[in-house]
Write a protein that binds this ligand. Structure first.
Ligand code: SAM
Length: 281
């Protein structure tokens, strides 16, 4: 995940540029990696018996398509995202699978959604990038019918997710320009503080707020590890600027640092996340 801690236009540029392209290129691996989270999220959403579901920051569409498939003719799932390359990938997948999901290119914090038009709003890792999260969640609440469910999975802190910061920690001595993570700023760990998330949801008018820790076992093929370690996160933002010799040393050092996570042909790590639930009043 490419985790700039800038907001607004910078996020749009990132997700339409390097971060979006990295997600599209690695879509199959990422979907496999986060499939257990897709399962948890979509089980919870579908259990509520919704007819119309909004998937915020839907990216390449894994969760949008999963819910659309499970709702079948009884409902509709709409994915919203700022990233054109990721939406193109999502639309392509929907067409190939014959799954009738709808995708909208828009900034979820400012898009004029039709009021009270969704029975549920969900997101897997797509709501931590807003520069004005209260405004964004107030807009999502207005788009929700009374009693509609909000369900989002977001990352807990970097300390609880050492796998996610291994690359930048290993590379730092060789590449001091790797940007640091900034607490509470838009980015991968922007919702790491549950107290902050609670405040954002209260201030944006959601009720019945429940934020629970979930620890999810994730796996992906070892052959994808080097790509994952060097194309996502803060390291990816500076690695291309390094000279060839430094790049080669960084790649070697970073790959070695991931050794504790390698089990034969498989990489295993735990995703330490929050499962956020709330209701529109
Ligand atoms: C980490 S990716 C997650 C993608 C997808 N939910 C998944 O789990 O595969 C974050 C997504 O949020 C999107 N995003 C970031 N800011 C957004 C905004 N303001 N409005 C809509 N989407 C946004 C990005 O374009 C990206 O697709």
């Amino acid at each position: 995940m490419n985790v700039a801690h800038q907001g607004g236009d910078d996020q749009k540029a990132l997700w339409n540029g390097t971060a979006g392209c990295a997600w599209v290129d690695a879509q199959e691996t990422l979907d496999q990696m986060y499939e257990p989270i897709e399962q948890l999220l979509t089980d919870a959403i579908v259990a509520g018996g919704p007819r119309r579901v909004l998937d915020v920051g839907c990216g390449t569409g894994a969760t949008t398509l999963a819910v659309a498939r499970r709702l079948g003719a009884h409902g509709e799932c709409v994915g919203v995202d700022v990233s054109e390359p990721m939406l193109a990938a999502a639309r392509g997948r929907a067409a190939r699978a014959g799954t009738p999901a709808t995708f909208v290119r828009a900034d979820a914090q400012t898009h004029p959604f039709e009021p009270a038009s969704f029975d549920a709003v969900m997101s897997r890792f797509g709501v931590m990038f807003f520069d004005d999260p209260v405004r964004a969640f107030a807009s999502l609440r207005r788009a929700s019918r009374a009693g509609a469910e909000l369900r989002c999975v977001v990352w807990r802190s970097p300390d609880e997710n050492p796998f996610m910061t291994t690359a930048e920690r290993a590379a730092a001595p060789l590449l001091p320009s790797v940007p640091p993570r900034v607490a509470d700023a838009p980015g991968q760990f922007g919702f790491a503080s549950s107290e902050r998330v609670q405040r954002i949801l209260e201030q944006s008018g959601w009720t019945g707020i429940d934020i629970q820790p979930i620890d999810v076992d994730c796996t992906f093929p070892e052959r994808e590890l080097t790509r994952h370690a060097t194309r996502f996160g803060p390291l990816a933002r500076v690695l291309d600027d390094a000279d060839e010799r430094t790049r080669a040393r960084v790649v070697e050092t970073v790959r070695a640092a991931f050794e504790p996570y390698v089990h034969g042909a498989e990489v295993r790590f735990v995703a330490a996340c929050w499962m956020i639930a709330a209701r529109a009043p």
